[in-house]
Structure formats: C-alpha cells, structure tokens
Design a protein around this ligand. Structure first.
Ligand SMILES: [Zn+2]
Length: 159
C-alpha cells in the first residue's frame, strides 16, 4: 500500500538523519543559536517600538494602547518620586543659579561657583516610606494591561 510505503520511507529517512548525519547536530546547534540571537534582537526592537510609541504618541495614545501607556506613565511618575526621595535623603540641593546638583555639606556650587544656602531641610524618612507603602498598596495593573491590549509580553532578562 502506498501509504505504508511512504510511511516506511519517512521513518527510514528520519532514522537515517538521526543515526548517520551526526554533523547535522552541529548545524542544528548553529541554527538554534542564530534563532536565539535573532529573537533577542527582535525583543530589543519590540522594546524600542514601545519606547518610541510612548515618546511620540504617549500624550494621545490610540485606544488599544491607553492602558499600557498609562501603566508606563504611572511607573515613570513613581520613579521620579523615588528619585526625589533619594535626593532628599542624600541632602542634595539644586543650585539656585544654574540648577546643578549640590552635594550635602557643600556651600558652593561645583559647576558655577555660586554660593548655596545651607540645607535646612531635614528628610522626613517616615513620611517618605509612608508614601512608598501607599504606592505599593495600589493594585498591580500589569496583567490587566496585558489582557486589555491583547499583548503577551515574555519576561526576559536585561542583557
Ligand atoms: Zn550652580
């Protein structure tokens, strides 16, 4: 029967491939590495597209991107807040003349030389961490965002 003839042929060819063509294993390894490399580069490009979208259309995103953009903007806002907290905790001030950061303990700006007022602001650590806890108490919205815009994002490590 033609079907069994074909099946036998396929099986023997498959067997031939696996048993006799050991050099193919090298080729497979090479190709698998190329696939991985291209997938990695593609992920980077996807990421770039996402960043470009937020930069260019973030103020007025299409409906299907609204939740994802809002999620990014929320995180940007939190990051800016935490960075400000870090500045306060480190006692870093802004030079009133040029806007450069002035380390705690310095009386003059290292960039423009202007005299800087002593830092009388004492960081309220309890208030900062109370804010953080409030922020963490907000519901995690990433899953919602993903299902809403029907985009699956694999978590992969930064290179
Ligand atoms: Zn200055």
């Amino acid at each position: 029967m033609a079907f069994f003839d074909t099946l036998t042929k396929v099986i023997s060819e498959t067997g031939h491939t696996v048993v006799n063509k050991t050099k193919d294993i090298g080729e497979i390894t090479k190709l698998t590495a190329r696939v991985s490399e291209l997938e990695r580069k593609m992920e980077q490009t996807y990421k770039t597209i996402g960043k470009l979208y937020v930069e260019h259309y973030g103020d007025n995103p299409d409906e299907m991107f609204q939740n994802a953009v809002a999620s990014i903007k929320d995180k940007q806002k939190k990051i800016a807040g935490y960075k400000e907290d870090i500045r306060i905790l480190r006692g870093i001030r802004k030079c009133s003349a040029c806007g450069a950061d002035v380390e705690s303990g310095s009386s003059f700006c290292s960039k423009c030389g202007a005299k800087v007022e002593p830092n009388n602001v004492v960081a309220d650590v309890d208030a900062i961490f109370a804010d953080d806890e409030a922020a963490y108490a907000e519901p995690e919205d990433d899953m919602e965002v993903m299902s809403d815009c029907e985009v699956e994002v694999d978590v992969y490590e930064e290179v």
